[in-house]
Design a protein around this ligand. Structure first.
Ligand SMILES: [Zn+2]
Length: 117
C-alpha cells in the first residue's frame, strides 16, 4: 500500500505469532513501514463480517501511517482523531466522488478553476 509515496506492507498474523496483537486488533510500525492486523479467530471473535472488520482495522492503521508520513507526529498518536478519520474516510471519499462527478458534467467548469466560495 502506497501512503504518500512510501510503501507499507500489510501483514495478517495471529496473536500467537505476534504478542503485540494480544491487546489490540492491529498496529502500525512506522520504523519498518508495516501495518500488522490480527488474524480473526472464528471461534473466539464475535464479529460476523470478518472482511468489514479487517478493513476497518487497516483503515485505522493507515491513518496512523498517513499522519506519520505527513510529519504530523502529535496527530499520529491521537487515537480519537485517528479513529474519527478512519470512520469518516469512506463518507468523505463518496462526497469527493460526487464533486468530481458534478464537475465532469458541467461544461462551464471544464478548464476553469472551481471557485469554492
Ligand atoms: Zn490506533
Amino acid at each position: 500500500m502506497n501512503i504518500l509515496g512510501t510503501e507499507y506492507k500489510i501483514k495478517i498474523r495471529s496473536d500467537k505469532e505476534d504478542s503485540l496483537l494480544c491487546n489490540c486488533d492491529g498496529y502500525c510500525d512506522t520504523t519498518v513501514k508495516e501495518i500488522t492486523i490480527r488474524e480473526i479467530d472464528k471461534e473466539f471473535d464475535s464479529v460476523k463480517d470478518l472482511k468489514v472488520f479487517q478493513d476497518n482495522v487497516i483503515r485505522h492503521e493507515m491513518i496512523h501511517a498517513f499522519f506519520h508520513e505527513s510529519g504530523l507526529r502529535d496527530y499520529e498518536l491521537d487515537e480519537t482523531l485517528v479513529e474519527f478519520l478512519a470512520i469518516q474516510l469512506p463518507k468523505l471519499a463518496k462526497i469527493s466522488e460526487q464533486i468530481t462527478f458534478c464537475n465532469n458534467n458541467r461544461p462551464d467548469l471544464k478548464g476553469d478553476e472551481v471557485n469554492e466560495n
